[in-house]
Design a protein around this ligand. Structure first.
Ligand code: GCO
Ligand code: MG
Length: 413
């Protein structure tokens, strides 16, 4: 038995997804997620133009060897496009191996270490009332952890804050099409002012603690927007509100910047959703500068690489907080859930539910109960893509926004 075909499927049931389908000579099929938000077609091309033909005839059981072949072989290493492509191949091969064994993937990763995977939901609102409303909605649904993002007085639309009506929102979407739903020509632009943000946010956390008590796990995403010294002060100021984590307080590629934040605060830190290999974390992990690893399985070379990264982090007492926004397809989400269930150093899993059309294209077997996800007992990853349903949704160009300071300077976001 060997790999017979590798096909790339691009579909857009409300947002774009790139999926790899690997078929073996015995007719077994494995699925891998290769979605890179706003740059989807570059990974689709990497896979179909440069990887697919090299997989044909390979032994599908040799997952580690295939990973090394794709990482070391092309000479050009790392980067989000390459690592998302490798991730898709890796996920598809693990899917096939677990299907052959007749077990859900987590069994091959060591079996379950817990009964379910605690997830955090996205609560946001343009003002405190809307945010509190969203938190209440998630609490009523049984969630024990929420990421809170809110508008800042004086600023307009801010990334990560839903502007739609009150209550639980499943509609916050990172990448934007044009207003009429057609292909976007260029990214939308948002305005940012750090002073306003830093003076507003501590009061928001204080009100949440007053209104919702100490049980609720509160997370917050700084989205790379503040400088190391600002982040140090902010992390110190919000200590009394006992955040579960402060995410991406500074741009992550500057690893030593986190030393400054660490020296001044005990607020737990999470970083890594834009990272793609273990090397991006080397200083952060060995100097214990973070508490949670935020990589997506889809962007960090798949299950093989994530397992190694998380085992490395475990040695330093650092836990997982795998990236799980809507731009991770249900295949990538399932891969995260199998890892979450199996590893010892699990922390929390991000969960943004996919829309109805997406769940018609991707048939999932993971389940949500009282704020905990479980990957299910279906052999493999437990997600199957319906190709006919997928073909109804054509790729539509969409972009992540650009952020500018109030004087027009391009800023991190
Ligand atoms: C998160 C993220 C996302 C990303 C998005 C980019 O913590 O979930 O910050 O909202 O910005 O996935 O594609
Ligand atoms: Mg984030």
């Amino acid at each position: 038995m060997s790999i017979e075909r590798a096909d790339v499927i691009v579909t857009s049931p409300g947002r774009n997804f790139v999926t790899l389908k690997i078929t073996t000579s015995d007719g077994l099929v494995g699925w891998g997620d290769a979605t890179l938000n706003g740059r989807e077609l570059s990974v689709a091309s990497y896979l179909s133009d440069h990887v697919a033909s090299t997989l044909v005839g390979r032994d599908e059981d040799r997952i580690e060897d295939t990973w090394q072949y794709l990482y070391r072989g092309p000479y050009w290493r790392r980067g989000p496009v390459t690592m998302a492509a490798i991730a898709a191949v890796d996920m598809a091969l693990w899917d096939i191996k677990a299907k052959k064994a007749g077990v859900p993937l987590y069994q091959l990763l060591g079996g379950a270490s817990r009964s379910g995977v605690r997830v955090y939901a996205h609560a946001s609102g343009t003002d405190y009332e809307a945010l509190a409303n969203a938190i209440t909605g998630y609490r009523e649904l049984g969630f024990t952890a929420v990421r809170v993002q809110t508008g800042v007085p004086g600023l307009g639309q801010i990334y990560g804050v839903s502007s739609s009506g009150p209550g639980v929102r499943y509609d916050y979407e990172p990448a934007k099409r044009s207003l009429d739903g057609s292909a976007a020509v260029r990214p939308t632009e948002e305005t940012w002012d750090t002073r306003s943000y830093l003076s507003h946010m501590p009061g928001v956390f204080s009100r949440i603690r007053e209104d919702f008590g100490t049980d609720l796990r509160i997370l917050h995403d700084g989205h790379h927007r503040i400088s190391p010294i600002e982040a140090a002060r902010f992390a110190k100021d919000i200590e009394p509100y006992d955040l579960f984590w402060l995410e991406d307080c500074t741009p992550g590629e500057d690893q030593t910047a986190l030393r400054l934040v660490r020296q001044h605060s005990t607020t737990p830190l999470a970083i890594g959703e834009v990272f793609n290999t273990v090397y991006d974390y080397q200083t952060l992990i060995t100097e214990r500068l973070i508490d949670y690893v935020r990589s997506a399985v889809t962007h960090t070379g798949g299950i093989t690489a994530m397992r190694k990264l998380l085992d490395f982090a475990a040695i330093y007492g650092i836990r997982s907080g795998i990236h799980g926004p809507t731009d991770i397809s249900p295949v990538g989400m399932a891969a995260a859930l199998h890892l979450d269930l199996a590893i010892h150093n699990f922390g929390i899993q991000e969960y943004m539910p996919h829309n109805k059309d997406t769940l018609e294209v991707f048939r999932t077997s993971y389940t949500l109960e009282d704020g905990f996800l479980h990957p299910g007992e279906t052999p493999g990853l437990g997600v199957e893509l319906d190709e006919e349903a997928a073909s109804a949704f054509e790729y539509t160009k969409a972009y992540l926004p650009v952020n500018r300071l109030t004087d027009g300077t391009v800023h991190d976001w």
